[in-house]
Design a protein around this ligand. Structure first.
Ligand SMILES: [Zn+2]
Length: 84
């Protein structure tokens, strides 16, 4: 074959020095995210973290400290009958 090899062309250089490293980086990110996704699906939360639950109703909290019950009329068992 006449002419330069692919790695000797401008496109080839951009491919080997730009596209391939970027591809590897994205693959690594994808793997990290997959591992997190598996941890959540198996353990319910990422390793080393505990699922926070609502102090009032005991429901698992998706967002820290926020529970749907907070904006509803909520009767916690320990306060029943104690209010005037
Ligand atoms: Zn709650």
């Amino acid at each position: 074959m006449a002419g330069p090899e692919f790695f000797q062309t401008v496109m080839g250089r951009a491919f080997y020095e730009g596209t391939v490293p970027a591809l590897v980086k994205e693959l690594k990110k994808l793997n990290v995210n997959l591992e997190k996704l598996i941890e959540v699906s198996v353990y319910g939360s990422p390793k080393g973290t505990e699922i926070e639950t609502c102090g009032k109703c005991g429901a698992p909290l998706a967002n820290k400290g926020l529970c749907k019950c907070e904006d509803q009329a909520h009767t916690a068992p320990e306060t029943q009958g104690q209010e005037p």
